[in-house]
Design a protein around this ligand. Structure first.
Ligand code: NAP
Length: 302
């Protein structure tokens, strides 16, 4: 069997068009657009590249977008004052602080200073709590897990009563996606198991999974014999395993591998995400969806 490919590259385009059209409608009816600010501290090249992609996407969608770049010497007090300014700014619906922050700044304190109603990354304890409660309490599901759920829903995978196994228990992927999959509702209502480094027999749990979500950060961790025939396999892992020269640009680029042995797994799974091109492209678009949602909550039309 060759698995159906679940392509984030394609699905994110559909969501992009949906958001763009909704932004245009809201602008016409209410005279406002979603506002997103990204706060970048210092000049970390990876952070600059992430922030640039976010801002460019926001721009193409018709958002108001602000990139606020601050020197690496900014004090914690100054950064907190900046967040307070954007918390009070009516034209801003989403505040994103690009991590990592310099060592002299308490990351947790800064993230917790963001107004939970503008926390479009969904990492504020209030939003983590809302996600745990589920249903209409949820405002901003964190972006990568939200992207995973969209991939599952839009690929027509039936999760109702399904055995879902999540490999990894991080606060940004494993715990939130496990929590989302067990809630009642579409793309969820599953029986969920979370496995991690202390799990005794990883393979036996994975073998039970109708939907296997792997977010461990270990290239090729999941072997083909751990996959139930016909299962949906979502590989969140992004691991740099070397470098190559890009045919398009002639520049050096990273060779990326997922946490699943893709070539062998695709012969057993029913559907599978590739790396790159699976989960990766979904994160930014879900950030945009959360920012639009934030404006809709404010307008009372969510
Ligand atoms: P993380 O914080 O390092 O967490 C990894 C989790 O996997 C931990 O809970 C760890 O268990 C578990 N784990 C590691 N090795 C394992 C093993 N051999 N057996 C069982 N469990 C194991 O990583 P993360 O932030 O969740 O990210 C995971 C992967 O997803 C990374 O490759 C990352 O680059 C990728 N990622 C991609 C996106 C995207 O595509 N947009 C977004 C976020 C992350 P313990 O808790 O016991 O240590």
């Amino acid at each position: 069997m060759t698995a159906k490919l679940i392509l984030g590259t394609e699905i994110q385009k559909l969501i992009f068009e949906e958001i763009k059209s909704e932004v245009a409608q809201i602008k016409e009816k209410h005279g406002v657009v979603p506002g997103l600010v990204t706060i970048l501290v210092g000049q970390n090249p990876a952070s600059i590249s992430y922030v640039t992609s976010k801002i460019e996407t926001a721009h193409k969608l018709g958002f108001k977008e602000v990139q606020d770049s601050q020197p690496v010497t900014i004090t914690e007090k100054e950064l907190l004052a900046l967040i307070d300014k954007y918390n009070k700014d009516d034209s801003i619906n989403g505040i994103l602080v690009q991590l990592p922050l310099p060592k002299h700044v308490d990351e947790k304190k800064v993230l917790n200073a963001i107004d939970p109603d503008k926390d479009v990354d969904g990492f504020h304890p209030v939003n983590v709590g809302r996600l745990m409660i589920g249903g209409s309490e949820v405002k901003f599901p964190p972006c990568t897990p939200a992207g995973i759920q969209e991939l599952i829903v839009r690929s027509g995978v039936d999760t109702n009563g399904a055995e879902v196994v999540v490999v990894g228990r991080s606060n940004i992927v494993g715990k939130p996606i496990a929590n989302m999959m067990l809630q009642k509702g579409k793309g969820a209502n599953s029986t969920v198991t979370i496995v991690h480094t202390a799990t005794k027999d990883l393979a036996s749990h994975c073998k039970r999974a109708d939907v296997l979500i792997v977010a461990a950060g270990v290239p090729g961790l999941v072997k083909p014999e751990w996959i139930k025939p016909g299962a949906c396999v979502i590989d969140v892992g992004v691991n740099r395993v070397g470098e190559k020269i890009s045919e398009k640009t002639g520049k050096k680029i990273a060779i990326l591998r997922g946490d699943v042995d893709f070539d062998a797994a695709k012969e057993i799974a029913g559907s599978i995400t590739p790396v790159p091109g699976g989960v990766g492209p979904m994160t930014i678009i879900m950030l945009m969806k959360n920012t639009l949602k934030s404006l809709k909550f404010k307008l009372g039309i969510a």
